[in-house]
Write a protein that binds this ligand. Structure first.
Ligand code: SAH
Ligand code: SF4
Ligand code: F3S
Length: 443
């Protein structure tokens, strides 16, 4: 019997990458690898990468340079790049980064044991084949670094929306949905293990669709089935595309107490002209109509978003439209980015990246500042309200406080008393900051 090889995995990018790393850990645990938390101990380092913005790729390249020092200390160490950067750059990455021994794209993880054997023999190895049907549905992920209370389940892979700025359709391939039975089983097992919150993941969960002879299941039906596992299991999802967030789904969220009242609906820009150039397939008015539907059907629903500033040809007027839309929606939270040209996308091929860097930066600072005010105002309104908070653990700031979330996905901090991780606690809000609600447990 060989001694087991030690595997260290580092993950960058979106939640789907974190979820994929758990699949990779599971596959390799079945093949004579054991996970280590200590990088200097590792026989193999895998870095799961993101290509969504240039900055994300630069961070990984810097990290690869740092890995060189571990290779000097341990010449047997093998380094693999997996995920979106491996998929986007393919063999170019092996040529550019001499320290890399192996590359594997997001659909090639079952081949990793095999690729690692090749690497052991002293050769480089690559598999960047994308798939039409791989969903890893039969693999039980090894939960890495979670809090034991909330877990993520990938329900679909790929994206075919081809927003003109976005690299994801190229790195993740065709859209495909995972077998619902395997999703329900995974969620049920997590519940039995003590997990109390499941987030269903996909680049556009509203396109979830599964059919067999007996039935056809869309996303609204799937989320209902997960919610029915147990009333004390919370369900969240991310992310939905505004063009197809249906009333059926909104009514489903309203119907079940344990489907959380928080929707992430990336707007990207408040200008219809820019949305058209982005190939987002909706207008400002359509987006506003969807927000009205959310507020009507789920009055206490929080809404968060993603915004890109400085997309090709964006004028001050377009930018002001984004600002006015942000104020109109009054987002609870937003992720905001400067536009970054991605090679191979429509925007890179057809448009000019003509908004100067300083203007992009100025516009980004403006919307970040605005969002901070919006978040703070929204939190102020919650003072004196009572929320059911699912406790995730002790607060980062003080071990005398617990931290958890309410259904709107807001972080709530309160004095510990005798409560524990995984408990639901009724908390009355007495104060707030931009990012946190501060409260006290009530009996
Ligand atoms: N599928 C999700 C988004 C996944 S990428 C959705 O459509 O909602 C996460 C976010 O990164 C996007 O919403 C967008 O705001 C941002 N993003 C994507 N490509 C980008 C680029 N080229 N430059 C800057 N931001 C980008
Ligand atoms: Fe990218 Fe658009 Fe797909 Fe989201 S929906 S992953 S932004 S192409
Ligand atoms: Fe990045 Fe790939 Fe996710 S590009 S955002 S890691 S799908």
């Amino acid at each position: 019997m060989h001694t087991k090889k030690k595997l260290y995995i580092e993950t960058y990018g979106c939640q789907m990458n974190f979820s994929d790393s758990e699949i990779v850990a599971s596959i390799l645990s079945e093949h004579n690898f054991v996970l280590t938390k200590n990088i200097s101990d590792a026989d193999v380092i895998l870095i799961n990468t993101c290509s969504v913005r240039d900055h994300a790729e630069q961070r990984v390249r810097k990290r690869l340079q740092e890995y060189n020092s571990y290779k000097k200390k341990n010449p047997g160490l093998k380094i693999g790049v997996i995920g979106c950067m491996a998929e986007r750059l393919k063999n170019k990455l092996l040529e550019q980064e001499k320290t890399v021994d192996l590359i594997a794209g997001p659909d090639a993880y079952r081949d990793l044991p095999n690729l690692l054997t090749t690497v052991e023999g002293g050769q480089k190895a690559a598999n960047v084949q994308l798939s039409f049907d791989e969903t890893y549905s039969d693999i039980s992920p090894v939960r890495l670094g979670g809090n034991g209370v909330s877990a993520f389940i990938s329900i679909m892979r790929g994206c075919e929306n081809f927003c003109s700025y976005c690299v994801v359709p190229f790195t993740r391939g065709k859209e495909r949905s995972r077998n619902p039975e395997s999703i329900i089983n995974e969620a049920g097992n997590l519940f039995k293990m003590g997990y109390r919150e499941i987030t269903l993941l996909g680049q556009n969960v509203n396109s979830y669709s599964w059919e067999n002879e007996k039935e056809k299941i869309n996303f609204a039906r799937l989320i209902e089935r997960v919610a029915l596992i147990n009333p004390i299991l919370r369900v969240r999802f991310t992310t939905s595309h505004p063009k197809d967030i249906s009333d059926e789904l909104l009514y489903m969220i309203a119907k079940y107490n344990n489907i959380c009242k928080a929707i992430h609906l990336a707007v990207q820009s408040g200008s219809t002209r820019i949305l058209d150039l982005m190939n987002r397939k909706y207008t400002r008015e359509w987006y506003m109509d969807r927000i009205k539907a959310i507020k009507k059907i789920i009055p206490d629903c929080a809404v968060s978003t993603d915004i890109i500033t400085g997309f090709c040809t964006e004028t001050e007027e377009d930018h002001n439209q984004t600002i006015s839309l942000m104020k109109w929606v009054a987002y609870e939270y937003a992720f905001m980015f400067k536009y970054s040209v991605r090679p191979g996308t429509t925007a890179e091929k057809k448009y000019n990246d003509d908004v100067p860097e300083e203007i992009k930066g100025k516009r980004l600072r403006e919307i970040i500042e605005l969002q901070q005010k919006l978040s703070y105002n929204s939190n102020l309104k919650n003072i004196n309200e009572i929320y059911s908070v699912l406790v995730e653990g002790v607060s980062k700031r003080s071990d005398k406080h617990l931290s958890g979330r309410n259904t709107q996905n807001k972080v709530v901090v309160f004095p510990k008393k005798n409560y524990n991780k995984g408990d639901y606690v009724n908390v009355k809000i007495i104060d707030c900051t931009t990012a946190t609600l501060i409260g006290e447990a009530i009996e």
